[in-house]
Design a protein around this ligand. Structure first.
Ligand code: GTQ
Length: 345
């Protein structure tokens, strides 16, 4: 390939003059911003074991009262981006959040979209837009952009969940901010009950729900049952996966990140094609080996890892007699909306 001129090739006085006028020559940096054939990715395959993270999160519960934290979270940061950036990938933020019995994480709303995947504990809830969403292991709860949300805990044991936000992207866009609010009044009616059966949606006299996000909680029991019926219905189906969708539009549950649940049959090895979006994998049930570029991770329940875009990933169910279940988050909705989505096979 043609070698392009370097910055050092230019006379210092010329460089100084450009700099003083806020001008930059493109050619020394052209290959950097438009690398040949494959994008440069800072996202490294990274693995976080729940077993090592959990005691540190519980320690944070002793060290930092909820009033001093608002959200007591250890961020799962990708070293490829620099830990201080608090990014798992270009667009994905991951955090493990701890709420202790009796604690309350006060109401706020913000521009980034969030979801929570419940990891352990019973008795906690998130109130989103007035809807009180109980938290149980494997449940997915949405807190989409702009909706008030707060977390409370009436149980007796610590509750932990995985936060997935599009914060890095929204921050990069210089569009990230929050507003604190009052404790919400809980309203009656719950989207997760109204939309409990796929294919039939509530129909008030004057039309369909006007809510942008009619369903805020996706119970794990329902998602798991859907996967099990898919698998039973077609024993030759390789990709046993469901997408968390908006039941009114059929589109992705949120605008920027995509969320899925994947079932691996006993002993199954599944190759996911190399697609442009980065991905996150979190084991809900079972034990899974993830092969990502040159890394091989063994994930047990509640473990999490991430993969850069444009790389194939192979997931293997290490259980030979039971299925394993994986929660997946990716940047697909973002890539599709921006027209940069690619599948390289
Ligand atoms: O629970 O509202 O991990 O606002 C980061 C920012 C969780 C939350 C995070 C947040 C929250």
């Amino acid at each position: 390939m043609n070698e392009l001129g370097r910055l050092e090739d230019l006379p210092q006085a010329y460089r100084d003059e450009l700099k003083s006028l806020n001008l930059v020559p493109l050619w020394p940096s052209l290959r950097g911003v438009l690398p040949p054939k494959v994008p440069t990715r800072q996202t490294q395959p990274t693995y976080w074991a729940y077993k090592t993270l959990r005691p540190l999160l519980l320690k944070a519960g002793e060290l930092t009262p909820i009033e001093k934290a608002e959200r007591r979270v250890l961020v799962l940061a990708n070293p490829g981006h620099g830990l201080e950036k608090m990014q798992a990938s270009a667009a994905i933020y991951l955090g493990m959040q701890l709420l202790l019995p009796g604690e309350w994480a006060p109401s706020h709303r913000h521009t980034p979209n969030a979801v929570r995947m419940i990891v352990e504990g019973e008795g906690a809830y998130t109130t989103v837009d007035g809807e009180k969403c109980p938290m149980s292991r494997g449940d997915l709860i949405l807190t989409p952009t702009g909706l008030w949300h707060e977390h409370g805990h009436d149980g007796t044991e610590p509750v932990v969940w995985l936060d997935v936000l599009d914060l890095p992207l929204v921050y990069y866009m210089e569009a990230s901010y929050h507003i604190n609010g009052q404790r919400q009044d809980v309203v009656s009616g719950r989207g997760d009950r109204q939309y409990i059966r796929a294919g039939v949606v509530p129909t008030p006299v004057f039309g369909r729900s006007q809510k942008a996000y009619p369903m805020l909680r996706y119970a794990w029991t329902d998602a798991k049952a859907a996967l099990e019926s898919l698998a039973a219905d077609d024993p030759s189906l390789e990709h046993v996966q469901v997408t968390y969708t908006n039941p009114e539009t059929g589109g992705d549950a949120e605008n920027i990140l995509g969320f899925y649940a994947l079932m691996l049959r006993p002993g199954q090895s599944l190759r996911l094609p190399a697609r442009s979006p980065a991905q996150v994998f979190h084991v809900i049930e079972g034990q899974v080996q993830a092969q990502i570029v040159n890394s091989t991770f063994t994930l047990v329940e509640a473990d999490t890892c991430c993969a850069p875009g444009y790389e194939a990933v192979t997931l293997k169910n290490l259980k030979s007699d039971t299925p394993s279940f994986v929660f997946v988050a990716d940047e697909s909705p973002l890539h599709r909306k921006l027209g940069v989505y690619e599948n390289w096979g």
